[in-house]
Design a binder for this molecule. Structure first.
Ligand code: TYD
Length: 144
């Protein structure tokens, strides 16, 4: 699927001393980092997300617990189970995101390429599909 993939980080350390994971912009994280946020204490059964971004790029890292992230690019959907703090999920623009099945202790850290801007959100699924369809038909025309 487009604009969505897992990144493996390289933990430094070992079982005796523990681990350190280094995240630098334009290195492990494939963009300039403008914002960091995290969610925690999300009650069972709560679902978050249910939006896409027009341009924002993000890397989602589940530092503790487990979260399922459903990603849909307008054509293909994929569910990623984030349960390992040595991996990040890159999500670029025009990916519909749904965060499901949080465990109580789940902490989701997000590194983002832009400051918070509500205008970059698409919060209506119908609107997302329209924009994604338009984008995909233009892309297919240019390939033909
Ligand atoms: P939202 O992005 O919808 O989060 P989630 O998908 O996890 O539910 O944001 C929830 C609220 O927090 C919304 O009112 C916007 C606000 N917000 C900020 O003020 N700054 C931020 O960096 C983010 C991500 C959200």
């Amino acid at each position: 699927m487009k604009n969505c993939y897992l990144i493996d980080f390289n933990p430094i350390g070992n079982e005796d001393v523990g681990y350190l994971v280094e995240l630098e912009e334009n290195k492990q994280i494939p963009f300039n980092i403008k914002r960091v946020y995290y969610t925690h204490s999300v009650p069972d059964e709560t679902q978050r997300g249910f939006h896409a971004h027009k341009n924002l790029e993000q890397v989602l890292i589940c530092l503790n617990g487990k979260i399922k992230v459903k990603c849909f690019d307008g054509e293909i959907a994929k569910i990623y189970e984030l349960n390992c703090n040595n991996k990040g999920l890159y999500v670029g623009g025009m990916v519909w995101l749904e965060m499901l099945d949080y465990t109580k202790e789940a902490i989701l850290l997000v590194l983002a390429s832009q400051i918070y801007n509500e205008d970059d959100y698409i919060r209506n699924f119908g609107e997302f599909i329209k924009i994604a369809d338009n984008f995909n038909s233009k892309k297919n025309k240019s390939i033909e």
